[in-house]
Design a protein around this ligand. Structure first.
Ligand code: ADP
Ligand code: MG
Length: 292
């Protein structure tokens, strides 16, 4: 590879909002045969909105939301932000929090108003032996519609469900189709549950989904693909994605995402539009062809 052609290639890519950190990445990118995309903030806009609230029989919705809102107020998770915003928009004031603990990949564990409040996945509820059998069918229906549903308990009893919906980026479906037409396998990976993930992936034409991946598991999944000979590009925006971005053959960070992701990646996609993935690969192929 001549330095001149690499420089010309990098310059052209930059005009398209594709920033290569070094010339070697422009070379590696043309070998990519598998693209792993994160869901939230990568395929979707990453701005979830609170859509559904169900309280357990006999409970007061406002009281429930003031406790849940307080618990989530302490969390930095985008889901928590959506929940707090939705509750405050309903004009409900939040209770005071005595204790807060994030359970990464599962939810939060807090003490609010002398009550122990858990909010998160069905696995979190199972860990604390909370009986959620009655609400599961409702939860599954919300998930089948692509929503992320979370369960809450108060002092060891199931207390209610809240769900949020994220919107898919307008450009995602076409961008994924372009990759598939280039014979590149596209896989979606997320910490979210299987049903929600499958619903979203179907909307954008992705057939291969790896869901319910714990924060430390994303890098492991990339390594597994590499172990069977795949040349993997990982595309993500979150702190959770950083280890996977670093181990992938090429890490692509979404420019609207976290700094941590951009630091770990080899390429930053300024536009946040997934078309930049195919563009980067095509530019890399062209650069390599000029070299040979
Ligand atoms: P993602 O890859 O979508 O960012 P995470 O690994 O951060 O997923 O979280 C996985 C799941 O854990 C979420 O879909 C949600 O159900 C639950 N969860 C995480 N953080 C919270 C929170 N602050 N409140 C409620 N649920 C949460
Ligand atoms: Mg994300």
């Amino acid at each position: 590879a001549t330095p001149t052609s690499i420089m010309a290639g990098s310059g052209r890519a930059a005009e398209f909002g594709i920033l290569f950190k070094g010339g070697e990445h422009l070379e590696t990118t043309h070998r990519i045969d598998t693209v792993v995309v994160d869901k939230t903030g990568t395929v979707t806009n990453g701005k979830p909105v609170l859509t559904d609230v169900r309280v357990a029989n006999g409970a007061d919705e406002e009281e429930f939301l003031s406790l849940i809102g307080a618990a989530e107020k302490q969390s930095e998770h985008p889901l928590a932000e959506a929940i707090v915003q939705g509750i405050q928009e309903r004009g409900i004031s939040l209770k005071a929090v005595q204790k807060f603990e994030a359970v990464p990949g599962y939810g939060v564990k807090t003490i609010v108003n002398q009550k122990e409040i858990l909010v998160g996945t069905r696995k979190l509820m199972n860990q604390y032996q909370i009986d959620i059998s009655k609400i599961l069918p409702v939860m599954e229906e919300l998930e089948a519609n692509g929503k992320t549903a979370m369960l809450a308990s108060i002092d060891g009893q199931y207390a209610g469900l809240i769900a949020v919906a994220d919107t898919i980026k307008e450009t995602s479906k076409k961008a994924i189709k372009r990759l598939q037409e280039m014979n590149i396998e596209v896989i979606m990976m997320t910490g979210d549950n299987q049903r929600t993930a499958t619903a979203i992936s179907k909307e954008v034409g992705i057939n291969h989904v790896i869901a319910e991946v714990l924060p430390e598991g994303k890098a492991e999944q990339v390594k597994k693909l590499q172990a069977i000979g795949k040349k993997v590009a990982m595309v993500g925006d979150g702190i959770n994605d950083a280890p996977a971005l670093a181990v992938a053959d090429i890490g692509m960070a979404i420019g609207t995402g976290t700094d941590v992701a951009m630091e770990a990646a080899d390429i930053t996609l300024i536009r946040g539009d997934l078309n930049s993935i195919a563009d980067a690969i095509i530019m890399s192929r062209k650069t390599m062809r000029n070299i040979k």
